[in-house]
Design a protein around this ligand. Structure first.
Ligand code: AMP
Length: 320
């Protein structure tokens, strides 16, 4: 694409955690880097790695503007009732324990693109974005702003994911820890890396292509994993009808959302009571921008492939 590094006019970095302070994309300076470093406590696997990338680019492209685009930023418009947990208030004050939400760049891009495809203003739509990839999250977007999302303090909360458990009774941590003689940290690792579709399927895979193949061979645990996954997605969507006061559009995106017909179909079928009617020939199409509901469906079902790189490039350009 380029023949020399000097052709690069700016670099946009995807940074996972911006906390409450870094609530929109910014040009990076020493103060921003310090903030990103301080937020490493909330995203220990991601923010330090993001800083390594930023420092490497600064070193190799001196003077070239660097921008930070935060995964959490789009969700900072959530009302307090959506981001507070039912725990002592002092933990929010002392440690900033609250819902942040992730995949924000994708939720922003897909909700905006869905409105664009429909020829409508995003501000006039109530949109649920289902970002179903290896990590998975849902958001409720009203008047162009996020009002709720399924991931929390960390990306562990919410939907069942490739290897993450999503929502569960917090008492399970202590219970399994005691039974298996594991520390809270060790159980946390199991919830992040060995749970979700991988764990529920009895170790078949975290990849939905393998799950589909195992189901075709009659694997019951794989079927349970898929059914539990879809049921959870549908329950979240229905609960966001409360957050939004109704739903106009449901948009599926990311690896599973863009490619997996069975997931889209099962989830849509649960929502028939809300007036969802799918056009199954269209719902079967993979990885294309498409409206997959019938004209008389009360909610528009869409597939909108995400494009976080484009969104990051555009936000970087806007900052310049
Ligand atoms: P992502 O994190 O967005 O890259 O999504 C990764 C997941 O998407 C994989 O683990 C697969 O389960 C799923 N996926 C990707 N491609 C396909 C496909 N062609 N058919 C079904 N599932 C797919």
């Amino acid at each position: 694409v380029i023949s020399d590094l000097s052709e690069i006019g700016a670099v946009g970095h995807r940074v996972v955690h911006g906390g409450e302070k870094l609530n929109k994309a910014v040009l990076i300076n020493d103060a921003v880097k310090k903030d990103i470093e301080e937020l490493s406590a909330l995203a220990p696997l991601h923010n330090p790695a993001n800083l390594i990338g930023i420092n490497a680019c600064e070193k190799n492209m001196p003077g070239v503007p660097q921008a930070a685009i935060f995964d959490t930023a789009f969700h900072q418009t959530m009302p307090k009732k959506a981001y507070m947990y039912g725990i002592p208030y002092e933990y929010y004050e002392k440690y900033k324990v609250r819902r942040y939400g992730f995949h924000g760049t994708s939720h922003d891009y897909v909700s905006a693109r869905a409105a664009e495809i429909l020829g409508k203003d995003r501000k006039d739509l109530k949109i649920v974005v289902c970002h179903l990839g290896n990590g998975a999250s849902i958001s409720a977007v009203k008047n162009g702003e996020c009002v709720d999302t399924s991931m929390g303090l960390t990306p562990l909360e919410g939907l069942i994911m490739g290897t993450r458990s999503g929502d569960l009774d917090p008492a399970i941590l202590d219970y399994i820890g005691e039974k298996e003689n594991l520390s809270a940290k060790e159980v946390n690792t199991i919830l992040n890396k060995k749970s979700g579709i991988l764990g529920l399927s009895g170790g078949v895979s975290s990849d939905f292509r393998d799950i589909d193949a195992a189901i075709a061979e009659g694997n019951e645990k794989a079927k349970t994993a898929l059914d539990t996954y879809c049921y959870r997605v549908a329950k979240y969507i229905a609960s966001y009808a409360v957050a939004l006061g109704g739903i106009d559009v449901i948009a599926f995106t990311a690896g599973v959302g863009e490619n997996n017909y069975v997931v889209r179909k099962q989830v849509s079928d649960y929502l028939a009571f809300l007036g969802v009617k799918t056009d199954d020939e269209k719902l079967k199409i993979r990885g294309e921008e498409i409206v997959a509901s019938t004209p008389d469906s009360k909610i528009t079902i869409m597939i909108v492939p995400t494009n976080e790189e484009l969104a990051i490039a555009r936000q970087t350009l806007a900052l310049l």
